[in-house]
Design a protein around this ligand. Structure first.
Ligand SMILES: C[S@@+](CC[C@H](N)C(=O)[O-])C[C@H]1O[C@@H](n2cnc3c(N)ncnc32)[C@H](O)[C@@H]1O
Length: 585
């Protein structure tokens, strides 16, 4: 199974199943303790209920709810791991004092990041505008992964600070000394200038020395020789009072070192490219900064409130492993489609697993047979055979040691029972006889369903010959459901002077569990996979414009179990709109 996982469920239950000390970085953006209507993001039944419960009990209730989850997060973080908890003014003080200081310890506080998410609008004329969120940053111990982050220089900063220019480019003047006197070379005079007279010592920029004379020079030259080298190469200027400064060029700048106030990351706006359509989606730039700062490539990043999947999408781009959890089917499926969109655009794209509450009957029926057999044997608590061949049709052993056969089909007939019986005897006659004597099952057959002939033969064997064979349906091992059905109708709405046609698409999904949402790909290419331009459409209605030519469109419907179905449409537009519904390219 892949390391990367998207899991549907209450994060408390799922966090409990994760190994201790196994995750490098956790970012969480839980529902804030604010207006509950605003917080009902997805509108799922389950979510509405849990929000209402939480708010009914006030802030103490909210803190208790969050605290048990953060306790689990602390347990699964590696000793070098960090947590970033995104919240706002409603509960940030309680979260710090009652949760983070208690669980992570006051000494492991690493920062209070103030993220300016918006500008003050008109209502700031009447009262002070709240325009920031808080992101609490704690580590599990005092040895933690930290990569300094630089923010890009604004034009204003460049012009204000890099005020000088020479043939090498724009530069600013930097200090060549640091506070406090020191002995040795750093405190010895150069060109009759003694820094210790002013309570300071030399601070030579080794990166420039290295640029001029290489790495070895940094190790071998004395402080005074390095200063000579800088002067000879026109890196030092003297002020009127004979104070030397070093030229620091804009081209060599990494930007400004970043502190805990982040004002340069714009929130997801109506027209942003990354917008997927719900109010609390966080910008990718925010997550990129956090992930780069507190993890390295190959590390595992967890978001237990994954929402629209920003953390996961960025972790994947930055070559981290990831786990995302959400209790909302919509969140998990939108995140999955968002990832699909991104896969293929990236040089590296890693496999992942989506764990829902129910399995799609059709998908299981059509899966690779050997993989299905091994998987279902494990789900049954047994051990699958390592190899596919030479097993006499037996696929593994149950927890009691009796053989298992898996049939990836429905309506299993009598002949399967006969063959199984002889295979079990041939594979281990001693065990077979022992189980009969002890009135224990001689083996198990797992299938989607069993026909009358098979059921009757199993009953006869048990009654007349004391041979017990257990018939196990897949559904009794794992929950399965039938995926939703989907139909799509189209209406031509208009045609303009350039023969561009506006076409309305209406998708209708059917499922006994109810439909969650639709996603649309208007330039579908089966070999690239489904790459929706519209990720989250609750209504199933879209209007799209097409020029003359052939167009492939795909729409996916997702039901309340998270099961999905796809309908593909091929439109030929040439004078009239012609639809071929089946077998698109
Ligand atoms: C504020 S949103 C997260 C948004 C996310 N940071 C993004 O950028 O898309 C909070 C999410 O937490 C989920 N959630 C709330 N309670 C949960 C729980 N107990 N277990 C798992 N997910 C939960 C909600 O379904 C919602 O999707």
């Amino acid at each position: 199974m892949s390391v990367n996982k998207l899991i549907l469920g209450d994060n408390l239950e799922i966090l409990k199943t994760i190994e201790p000390d196994s995750v490098d970085l956790i970012y969480l953006d839980p529902p804030f303790f604010s207006n509950r209507n605003y917080e009902v993001i997805w509108g799922d039944e389950g979510e509405v209920r849990s929000f209402q419960d939480r708010w009914a009990g006030g802030v103490d209730h909210y803190i208790a709810w969050l605290k048990e989850r953060v306790t689990e997060m602390h347990r699964i973080l590696k000793p070098t791991g960090s947590i970033f908890l995104h919240c706002d003014w409603h509960a940030n003080a309680y979260i710090r004092v009652d949760i983070l200081d208690k669980i992570f310890g006051y000494d492991n506080f690493r920062g209070e990041i103030i993220w300016q998410r918006t500008n003050a609008h008109n209502d700031a004329k009447k009262k002070l505008a709240v325009i920031s969120d808080t992101i609490w940053y704690y580590s599990k111990s005092n040895k933690y992964t930290y990569n300094p982050i630089y923010s890009e220089l604004t034009d204003k900063y460049k012009n204000d600070f890099y005020r000088f220019e020479d043939k090498r480019g724009q530069f600013r003047l930097g200090d060549l000394t640091a506070p406090n006197t020191r002995n040795g070379e750093s405190g010895s005079p150069w060109k009759d200038i003694n820094p210790t007279n002013k309570g300071r010592s030399w601070a030579v920029p080794n990166n420039i020395v290295e640029q001029i004379a290489g790495k070895e020079a940094v190790k071998q030259l004395t402080v005074q020789q390095k200063l000579d080298l800088l002067l000879a190469n026109d890196y030092i200027v003297f002020s009127k009072n004979n104070i030397p400064s070093v030229k620091r060029y804009l081209d060599n700048s990494n930007g400004t070192m970043l502190g805990d106030v982040w004002t340069d990351i714009v929130n997801v706006q109506g027209a942003s490219k990354e917008r997927i359509g719900y109010p609390t989606q966080k910008p990718e730039a925010l997550l990129e900064r956090i992930i780069l700062m507190a993890s390295n490539e190959g590390d595992t990043v967890l978001d237990p409130f994954v929402g629209g999947g920003t953390t996961i999408a960025v972790a994947e781009k930055l070559n981290r492993k990831w786990i995302g959890i959400d209790q909302s089917v919509q969140a998990v499926k939108v995140t999955e489609f968002r990832l699909q969109n991104q896969l293929g655009l990236l040089a590296i794209s890693s496999p992942y697993t989506v764990l829902l509450h129910k399995y799609d009957y059709d998908k299981l029926r059509n899966e690779n047979a050997f993989e299905f057999e091994s998987w279902i044997v494990r789900q049954f608590g047994g051990v699958p055979n390592a190899k596919q061949r030479g097993d006499m049709g037996l696929d593994g052993k149950a927890a009691d040691g009796a053989p298992i056969q898996v049939k990836r089909s429905d309506n299993i007939g009598r002949n399967v029972i006969d063959n199984f019986l002889s295979a079990v005897q041939r594979s281990d006659k001693k065990l077979f006889d022992k189980n009969i004597a002890a009135k224990l099952p001689i083996g198990y057959i797992i299938a989607f369903s069993f026909g009358k002939g098979a059921v009757e033969e199993v009953a006869r064997l048990s009654n007349k010959e004391n041979i017990i064979i257990k018939l196990i349906t897949v559904e009794s091992i794992i929950p399965i459901a039938v995926k939703p059905a989907i139909t799509v109708s189209i209406n031509e709405l208009s045609i303009d002077a350039k023969r561009v046609r506006k076409i309305e698409f209406i998708a209708a999904g059917q499922s006994e569990n109810g439909i969650e949402f639709y996603s649309w790909d208007f330039a579908y290419n089966a070999s690239n996979g489904f790459k929706p331009q519209v990720l989250l459409d609750k209504e199933g209605k879209q209007i799209y414009s097409f020029k003359t030519g052939t167009h492939n469109i795909a729409v996916k419907v997702v039901d309340n179990n998270g099961l999905e179905n796809i309908e593909t449409i091929r439109l030929k537009i040439n004078g009239a709109v012609e639809r071929e519904a089946k077998n698109p390219a």
